[in-house]
Ligand binder design. Structure first.
Ligand code: HEM
Length: 505
């Protein structure tokens, strides 16, 4: 028996050595440079991600090794715009892979538009999800809900300001931005029946803001190390770690409470959403006629709604926090004034007006400079896409994972020039041709058919909130803005001094 164990152990060691030699010297990606441990295991990537500075290490690796870096045994990272366009542009043969099942493996559950692998299936889903609820004209209908929540944000900021004699008071806006975007998104999604106004003030909300942030971080880490993801998703571990909390009346709170309420409203009581006079995303999906091919089943609607709870608020919070911080810096004062002037010009009665160019420039420059999703979204090479990446001299094997990180692109000197590390909204302004050119470099919402379908909504929320803030206060940033890149950028602290502009105060 002992000798059998000894032989098995020897065999295991030999096969590990053979695999190591193969991955290091004979694997099709062996020719590409990268960190030593990345040749053998995904764990290197997993641990850097958990540290929250994954984007900085990926940037450093591209500075060190150049345009192509092997970041895991079967994964290449790219840093040029051309390669980004090849990976994420309109290309039928580069698809999403199992990564987007977040350790659950091929699931019986309804896949959302975000996790669907096949481009053909995705095309069908997009018609159902985007057209009825998220196109430009549909998003305009959510304006009144956004305005309502902007007013809540302003009053929360007002009451959180620490009083000071000179009329200037500092406030940590980071948690308030998180509440604002979640409240806004939930009411736009589910309507007032479920998302009582504002949701995060309700007993059912519990600790939902921090739970949501933890969940996105965990989900991404599950995909980076699928074995860990599989264990964490097992029934036993789930039961131990994800026990719901309840109010005194036995109502589940936090994420569990929201999921239960969403499930109940959509699967059992859709009329409560459909009958609301207020425009909303789920309501728009429910209103698609039953004989329309783009009508979703209730299961599909639930999957898409839950996906949007994860996709929308965290990213919009990261963008809004960074924008207000940048505006509060010395170089941002000029842009605050510009936005104020634009807002005065537009007038308060025309809320549906397009976003002023100066504000668009501030938003885009901040998203370049402080990437909202500094975590690369992986794609898998399918048959037909082997030779698609322009910077490679030889084809990639089918099944290779490829990605390009928006943080790395945003900080690429080749792409932006010597002032890459300066926040300069001016670079986005100019004549039509210049702005069209610049648009090709704007990758924050990704590109192609899998690009963000919430872009118009996110821009609306950002623009309305920023305009309202700078019209009410002169903003000054205090200290540094330090974030962790756990899928989206997550900020705990963003201290701003807010000085009332209205002399009557
Ligand atoms: C500033 C805010 C936002 C940023 C920077 C952003 C960015 C992105 C990016 C980069 C992707 C591509 C992901 C990939 O390649 O796998 C994406 C996809 C997506 N986003 Fe956003 N997003 C934002 C806000 C929103 C909002 C508010 C919603 C909800 C309405 C949303 C819903 C989605 C969905 C459903 C997808 C998947 C699209 C598909 O696969 O067809 N996003 N987003």
């Amino acid at each position: 028996m002992t000798s059998l164990i000894f032989i098995l152990a020897q065999l295991a060691v030999v096969s590990l050595v053979i695999r190591g030699v193969y991955l290091c010297y004979f694997h099709p990606l062996a020719r590409y440079p990268g960190p030593f441990w990345a040749r053998f295991t995904n764990l290197w990537r997993f641990f850097t991600f958990l540290g929250g500075h994954h984007h900085l290490s990926e940037h450093y690796l591209h500075e060190k090794y150049g345009r192509v870096v092997r970041v895991a045994p079967n994964w290449l990272s790219f840093s040029s715009l051309q390669d980004f366009d090849a990976i994420y542009g309109f290309n039928k043969s580069v698809e999403k892979g199992d990564f987007f099942t977040f350790g659950r493996g091929p699931s019986q559950r309804e896949m959302s538009i975000f996790s669907t692998k096949s481009n053909a299936v995705h095309r069908q889903k997009k018609k159902k999800v985007f057209g009825p609820a998220l196109s430009g004209t549909k998003v305009g209908k959510y304006e009144s809900v956004v305005t309502k929540h902007v007013a809540v944000l302003l009053s929360r900021l007002e009451s959180s300001r620490r009083p000071a004699d000179d009329g200037i008071a500092a406030v940590n806006v980071a948690p308030l931005m998180t509440q604002f975007t979640l409240d806004t998104m939930l009411e736009i999604l589910f309507g007032p029946a479920l998302a009582s106004h504002p949701y995060t003030d309700s007993a059912a909300a519990g600790d939902i803001c921090s739970q949501l942030r933890k969940t996105t971080k965990m989900a991404w880490s599950f995909s980076l190390w699928p074995t860990y993801g599989w264990v964490m998703n097992s029934r036993t571990v789930s039961a131990l770690l994800r026990r719901p909390f309840y109010t005194k009346d036995g109502i589940p709170t936090g994420m569990a409470g929201l999921m239960a309420a969403g499930h109940f409203s959509i699967m059992r009581d859709p009329e409560s959403i459909a009958q609301s006079p207020q425009p909303g995303i789920v309501k728009s999906w429910l209103e698609v006629p039953a004989d329309d091919v783009n009508r979703m089943t209730q299961g599909e609607i639930l999957a898409e709604a839950i996906n949007m709870v994860f996709a929308g608020p965290g990213s919009t919070t990261a963008a809004l926090t960074a924008i207000t911080y940048q505006l509060g810096l010395e170089e941002g004062q000029f842009w605050q004034e510009k936005i104020r002037q634009e807002a005065a010009f537009i007038g308060s009665s025309t809320m549906a007006a397009p976003i002023p160019l100066e504000l668009q420039a501030v938003i885009k420059e901040t998203m370049r400079f402080r990437a909202v999703f500094p975590t690369a979204f992986p794609r898998v090479i399918q048959p037909g896409a082997e030779g698609i990446i322009p910077s490679l001299s030889s084809p990639l094997p089918v099944g290779t994972t490829v990605s390009a990180n928006t943080y790395v692109l945003g900080r690429s000197r080749k792409l932006w020039g010597d002032d890459v590390d300066e926040w300069t909204p001016q670079r986005w302004l100019g004549d039509d041709e210049h702005r069209r050119q610049m648009e090709t470099k704007f990758v924050a919402f990704s590109k192609g058919s899998r690009g963000c379908i919430g872009r118009d909504l996110a821009l609306l929320v950002l623009a309305r909130a920023v305009m309202a803030l700078v019209q009410q206060w002169q903003i000054r940033s205090v200290g540094q803005l330090e974030g962790r890149s756990w899928l989206e950028m997550q900020y705990d602290d963003c201290w701003l001094e807010l000085k009332r502009l209205d002399p009557a105060w």
